[in-house]
Design a protein around this ligand. Structure first.
Ligand SMILES: Nc1ncnc2c1ncn2[C@@H]1O[C@H](COP(=O)(O)OP(=O)(O)OC[C@H]2O[C@@H]([n+]3cccc(C(=O)O)c3)[C@H](O)[C@@H]2O)[C@@H](O)[C@H]1O
Ligand SMILES: Nc1ncnc2c1ncn2[C@@H]1O[C@H](COP(=O)(O)OP(=O)(O)OP(=O)(O)O)[C@@H](O)[C@H]1O
Ligand SMILES: [Mg+2]
Length: 242
């Protein structure tokens, strides 16, 4: 990316503008210990030094995630709160007696509980909810509808993963966060690249230059098409009879 510093200044100004337009006081977001939310945290803290809040929300999560989230917060002086959603998730599953369910249906409850939590903070403090999705995930629909995508602003959704890593370096995010494999953390040992079936290098190259191995390009284009509904407002029925 050219001029990473200038882009970051532009992003900070944009966040301030959007928050002002909404008559809001600041921003809140999920702090996972991953690089996407670390970059959003760095931007938020620059934009609103006293009104940015990262929420750490374990839900049957690997304890290292929380350690990494706190490492990010300490490195930039970010205020955090911890809301452990594990027991809420367990109770919810116990209360909803669907026998014939599947792993993904259950896993997607986690980002949706996080979304609910973030909106509780947002409404209580008059903050806006920031999303941490990037363009690579967005393009192929690698996010939970109304979960991690259920937000007010998407500051980094027009930047591919490669750009996010570059922004993280510029923002002095701890190296361990930049170097670890991206994961949604929805089940043990999940990694983005294993689940997606190809690497961010290939995905980013396709998005930026429209090139790549033919079979993977086909797969990306199919994923993009079938996830279109996740990037749009739901269709509204309009009667032709009126
Ligand atoms: N054509 C259509 N028009 C309108 N709605 C449509 C639809 N097709 C499905 N749907 C609806 O969409 C639902 C499926 O979408 P969704 O619920 O999102 O579920 P789905 O796309 O199946 O799963 C989410 C994916 O995102 C990944 N993820 C999630 C969260 C965070 C991260 C991360 O990187 O951190 C990654 C996760 O590992 C998984 O691969 C269906 O149950 C249905 O309700
Ligand atoms: N345990 C968690 N606590 C708080 N927020 C979380 C947690 N897990 C996920 N999130 C939120 O969901 C978002 C999507 O997760 P995702 O894994 O795509 O991003 P990341 O963890 O920041 O970076 P990476 O993709 O490199 O792991 C996170 O950026 C964060 O805002
Ligand atoms: Mg992650």
């Amino acid at each position: 990316m050219n001029n990473v510093g200038e882009v970051i200044n532009e992003l900070v100004q944009w966040l301030r503008l959007k928050v002002k337009e909404a008559n809001s006081n600041g921003v809140v977001f999920g702090l996972s210990g991953g690089v996407d939310s670390a970059v959003v945290a760095g931007l938020a803290k620059r934009a609103f030094p006293n009104n940015s809040l990262g929420i750490i929300m374990p839900c049957h999560s690997n304890p290292i995630d929380e350690e990494h989230a706190l490492l990010v917060a300490d490195s930039i002086g970010l205020k955090t709160e911890k809301v452990d959603l594990t027991s809420v998730y367990d109770e919810f599953i116990a209360m909803v007696p669907i026998e014939k369910t599947n792993t993904l249906a259950k896993a997607n409850i986690k980002p949706r509980l996080r979304m609910t939590t973030l909106y509780y903070y947002a409404a209580s403090y008059n903050y806006l909810v920031l999303g941490c999705s990037n363009k690579s995930e967005f393009t192929i629909g690698y996010f939970t509808k109304h979960g991690d995508s259920g937000v007010d602003l998407f500051p980094i959704a027009n930047f591919v993963k490669k750009d996010i890593w570059e922004m993280a370096e510029y923002l002095d995010i701890p190296q361990i966060i930049i170097e670890k494999p991206p994961t949604a953390g929805l089940w043990d040992d999940q990694t983005d690249e294993d689940e997606i079936g190809f690497g961010y290098d290939i995905l980013d190259n396709y998005i930026l230059y429209k090139t790549g191995p033919e079979n993977i390009v086909k797969k990306i284009e199919k994923m993009n098409k079938t996830s279109k509904h996740k990037r749009e407002f739901p269709p509204i029925f309009i009667s032709q009879k009126e």
